[in-house]
Design a protein around this ligand. Sequence first.
Ligand SMILES: [Zn+2]
Ligand SMILES: [Zn+2]
Length: 289
Amino acid sequence: MAGCKDCNVFQFCKCLRLLGNVMILVVLGLVALSYYPIVVSIYGPVLFDPKATVGQQVGAAFVVVWFHILGGLMLWSYFAAILTCPGHVPDGFRPDVDPEENPEAPVDKSDPRRPRFCRKCQKWKPERAHHCSICGKCVLRMDHHCVWVMNCVGERNYKFFFLFLLYTFLLSLMSMLALLPYFSEFFGGNGGEADDHPANLAVSFMAFVVDIAFSLSLCGFIVMHAKLVAANCTTIEMFEKERIKPWPYDQGLRKNIEEVFGTYWPMWLVPMHSEGQCTSEERIRLRSV
Ligand SMILES: [Zn+2]
Ligand SMILES: [Zn+2]
């Protein structure tokens, strides 16, 4: 029975890994789905249309420029989240209080800071680290394994994951608002450009529906992660936090934000590592032999 269960878990993890490879195409396809109607078929041509008014051209330039800025930042954050190692446990790491050497040491099972050992990795786990069965490794300050980024979200790439959510939300919201006047004009009986191109209308409508769905669902997800950042908590620790009061990692709003986004605020929205981030990783490295 145990062998069969192991086999199912293995199959499940393999399926998730394969699904991850498809996700990158899904994300790129979603960007292209909005790019085509907004930049190629609706707003781009206005820039070169001699019949368009200055007001229309300025409006079209605003939409096209912001689409490229948000799209660029979204893809940058996305690939940073995929390609950055989430943070693994260094070889030779030993907890502050090693129960093997000091069996008298107080070990409170409800304390998240207690020394824990990973039987799969045969290594000690630092505080807030968890084993990911899909990656097959322990991940520092693990949040969750994300199929969209084909990677674990942990200490080193949580900022990129959060910015990916934020920029995808802003891009979907902007695309939805940019397509709104086009549809109100079309369904208002004025016809518009779409009359001549039924294929363009179909793509624009599909993009509009997908943008509404994404902006609504991502809004809830961003609020949830913003609350987690503000409280210095991870998705895995959410239930633990309800039990443990006061939460031992809460250092106040500003410090909690800095732990994820860095101490230099102009870099908070840039998908790059900045000073003051990943402080626990440095501490863990110092404690490793
Ligand atoms: Zn492990
Ligand atoms: Zn993982």
